[in-house]
Design a protein around this ligand. Structure first.
Ligand SMILES: C[S@@+](CC[C@H](N)C(=O)[O-])C[C@H]1O[C@@H](n2cnc3c(N)ncnc32)[C@H](O)[C@@H]1O
Length: 380
């Protein structure tokens, strides 16, 4: 995801990736099958783990088709299996990704038919194998197998959400950008359906995000069930109790109930305290040692998708509450409404531009000093 590449590099290093090369919205690296299984299970800021099968230049469709057919796809196709193809392009020469996936499908299906006399079936919903084709600006074609299957943001704990949920990968990325590692109290005072709080609880408990879902590689012909089971067991063995409070709160009881259901599904409910409160009335959990402070990360309504009376007054109230009730904390707010953010009226110590789906957002940090190191009531 754009803006999270550096975090992904750190995550990849931690699970033993080699030859790591970050790009824009992609990080290339090398690793074996154990690494592939761990990457799918453990990465918090990755969207999908692709296994590259070939890379070539193609300035026209015929060359592309021929080169795609030259690659031996047979080890990856089961006789009764279903396949699916996704494609994307940054090239002006190939702007229609549906056409590209059709061309790729033809190359694979024609090769399979020539070898076996049969036609593999194509189905998105029940795909055993998902192939991925990407064309770069310079017509470089990269073809891969998608070992994740469904996007990794689908952790498997969220079924229903409130009005404007944040993507799980973005939530984990925001927490990564704050440096959160579970060593201070954590609060999301407008937690909605609980995505940020669930990701925080997973970080604090060292719980791998993919423990409750399946992956594409589990249906591959080379699937190693024994290896997968030991990779999962290692991840389960690493789970620990959080050392500091993790609190999710929301003014809306119904939405909070969705957070409860998600946290329960993720096996995290016992580690999180849920409160039904207006942010203005919420008490900050105190750290074990006063000097440790605490971390508040929240995604308030920003009017694009949720309506709240006067958004400027609402954000000014957020600023007042932070100043009065959250001394000693570091607060981070993600918002797509820059005018509203200005009315928070506290000095930002960092501002990170990002995208929340199609919406341009800023992730702003406020250091809410104790005592005399005052917050300047001035926007930078
Ligand atoms: C954008 S949503 C948060 C979505 C959340 N990050 C998720 O992934 O589901 C904003 C939330 O702020 C809550 N909210 C609005 N005003 C509030 C207030 N004064 N105090 C606490 N929560 C409030 C809304 O009920 C809503 O659930």
């Amino acid at each position: 995801m754009a803006g999270l590449e550096d975090l992904l590099v750190e995550e990849l290093k931690a699970i033993g990736a080699e030859d790591i090369q970050p790009g824009l919205r992609v990080v290339n690296c090398k690793g074996d099958k154990t690494f592939r299984y761990r990457a799918n299970l453990e990465l918090r800021t990755g969207i999908r783990v692709l296994v590259q099968m070939g890379q070539f230049r193609a300035n026209n469709e015929q060359t592309m088709y021929n080169r795609l057919r030259d690659i031996d796809w047979s080890p990856w196709l089961k006789k009764d299996g279903n396949l699916w193809i996704d494609a994307s392009s940054q090239s002006d020469r190939y702007s229609n990704s549906v056409y590209l996936s059709q061309l790729f499908k033809d190359a694979i299906v024609d090769q399979f038919r020539d070898k076996t006399g049969e036609r593999p079936s194509v189905s998105k919903e029940d795909a055993d194998m998902t192939f991925y084709l990407h064309v770069g600006r310079d017509n470089t074609v990269t073809v891969s197998l998608n070992s994740s299957g469904d996007s990794l943001h689908r952790r498997g704990y969220r079924r229903r959400t409130g009005g404007a949920p944040i993507n799980e990968v973005l939530a984990a990325g925001l927490l990564g950008l704050t440096g959160y590692d579970g060593s201070v109290p954590f609060v999301d005072p407008m937690c909605g359906s609980g995505t940020i709080v669930a990701e925080a609880a997973m970080i604090a408990t060292r719980q791998a995000p993919g423990l409750r879902r399946e992956f594409g590689f589990q249906r591959w012909p080379d699937f190693d069930a024994g290896l997968w089971s030991s990779v999962r067991q290692d991840a389960l063995n690493r789970i620990q109790k959080p050392e500091h409070p993790i609190v999710g709160s929301d003014i809306d009881e119904l939405t909070l109930n969705l957070a409860k259901i998600s946290l329960e599904r993720a096996g995290l409910l016992r580690h999180v305290e849920l409160r039904n409160a207006d942010f203005a009335d919420l008490q900050a959990p105190r750290p074990v040692k006063e000097e440790d402070g605490g971390l508040l990360v929240t995604n308030p309504p920003y009017e694009v998708r949720l309506k709240t009376g006067d958004i400027t007054t609402f954000y000014a109230q957020i600023g007042d509450t932070l100043k009065q009730n959250w001394k000693g904390y570091t607060a981070w707010i993600i918002s797509g409404n820059q005018d509203a953010v200005k009315s928070v009226g506290l000095r930002t110590s960092r501002k990170i531009p990002m995208m929340n789906g199609p919406i341009e957002v800023r992730f702003c940090r406020y250091d809410l000093y104790e005592g005399t190191k005052k917050e300047k009531k001035k926007e930078e």
